[in-house]
Design a protein around this ligand. Structure first.
Ligand SMILES: NC(=O)c1ccc[n+]([C@@H]2O[C@H](COP(=O)([O-])OP(=O)(O)OC[C@H]3O[C@@H](n4cnc5c(N)ncnc54)[C@H](O)[C@@H]3O)[C@@H](O)[C@H]2O)c1
Ligand SMILES: NC(=O)c1ccc[n+]([C@@H]2O[C@H](COP(=O)([O-])OP(=O)(O)OC[C@H]3O[C@@H](n4cnc5c(N)ncnc54)[C@H](O)[C@@H]3O)[C@@H](O)[C@H]2O)c1
Lengths: 207, 207
């Protein structure tokens, strides 16, 4: 099975390889993938040999084949529909981001409690009142929920999502939400990415 | 030197340990840190022994000492000031996020080209016209820049930042920006986080 670190690298490989597929390229080298994904080429080759033999020395990887294998591993095959609760600044930035479609994500509905937002459209999707969450999730069979509400509201939103049948939650609120064991949670902390940048900066000699 | 993976774990350790320090706790166990950072306790102990002996078996780590060592490693010691260009949805969500202060980040000014935004305040900071970027960066000695403009504008914003003396860029636009070798760039792709969530969902047996 895949290590967590390898798992985090795959989306970056897929982003570039699916780009190549869109442009009709036949082959792509591990050096090219490595450059775009900011890892070293040996790591790319090591990661990809776990999934089969589709690289030819001197020619590179078959783009269509590699993209399709990565889609399978990343669970992107069937378009995953998600709901987003908290149509504020971060929520609308996420709902408007076209980069998610490449990973097979489509946000089908947003939810909020602010009367000024209900009935508006964000990223082409309608904002419903929070009380409609359970009804919409059940009717459409949605499995993924995104939380972009203030920290003090996040747990109750998570409870509603789990009760409605959501099985994976992407949480941006800065608290650890409690969910039953069979529900997958990913806590996103943008600040962690920034802390890494500072470390690199601190490690570079000043000009 | 630290592996890239260990580096990515440290901000999560620091987030919890600095929380403990704020609450006046004296000691914290590797089990507690592991639970909050979502790694296993053996990994926590392995990572932290690289930096010295501040854990006592049965008692745990000295909170103040550990927080201060992590601050040093993550370059959080001196408050790092940043500028943000692109005061749109994502930019304002980032400028308003209180979680960054814990990592020593303070966004001191925002820049945009939209006349409706110039002169407004976001997260308590003023939005300047993009043409003032070089002047403000030089005057305040800013080293970190955050890019949240549309993809087609990102490279020219990066060029302006580098010309003004910025040495580390946190880029949210979905393109690979080109910078000189001594400038550190971190391309943030929220979609990569989501792809991992789908993988876990695909790997879980359906109820
Ligand atoms: N993890 C990160 O790196 C990161 C970065 C930025 C923001 N954040 C977090 O994301 C969250 C949103 O930030 P923002 O700047 O978009 O805030 P915001 O205030 O602009 O948006 C919050 C939205 O949630 C809605 N809301 C409040 N209570 C609700 C409820 N009970 N049910 C449904 N909707 C509700 C509000 O009406 C509002 O539209 C915050 O928790 C913030 O701390 C996290
Ligand atoms: N990496 C990710 O995961 C992720 C997620 C969401 C959005 N994004 C990206 O972040 C960027 C911003 O997204 P958004 O939803 O906030 O868009 P937005 O349109 O709300 O904000 C863009 C802002 O940039 C300003 N701007 C445009 N050209 C400029 C220039 N030359 N100089 C200064 N300011 C300029 C606009 O006036 C606007 O305020 C986009 O590139 C989007 O693709 C990335």
């Amino acid at each position: 099975s895949l290590s967590r670190q390898a798992l985090l690298r795959l989306p970056r490989y897929y982003r570039y390889v699916s780009h190549c597929r869109d442009r009709g390229m036949k082959f792509v080298s591990s050096e090219e993938i490595a450059r775009e994904a900011e890892v070293n080429p040996v790591q790319v080759r090591k990661d990809l040999t776990q999934f089969g033999q589709f690289g030819k020395p001197g020619v590179g990887y078959n783009v269509v084949e590699l993209a399709s294998v990565l889609e399978e591993i990343l669970g992107i095959r069937n378009l995953n529909e998600a709901v987003l609760v908290g149509a504020g600044r971060l929520g609308t930035a996420i709902a408007n981001y076209s980069g998610f479609a490449r990973y097979g994500l489509s946000i089908v509905a947003l939810f909020d409690v602010d009367p000024l937002k209900i009935g508006e459209r964000v990223g082409g999707k309608e904002v419903f009142h929070r009380s409609e969450l359970s009804h919409v999730v059940r009717r459409l069979g949605i499995q993924v929920g995104i939380i972009t509400v203030p920290a003090e509201e996040a747990q109750s939103v998570a409870d509603d999502m789990v009760a409605a049948g959501i099985r994976a939650i992407w949480n941006f609120a800065p608290i650890t939400i409690k969910v039953p064991g069979d529900v997958v949670v990913r806590n996103e902390d943008l600040a962690a990415g920034l802390a890494t940048l500072f470390h690199h900066l601190a490690a570079e000699p000043s000009p």
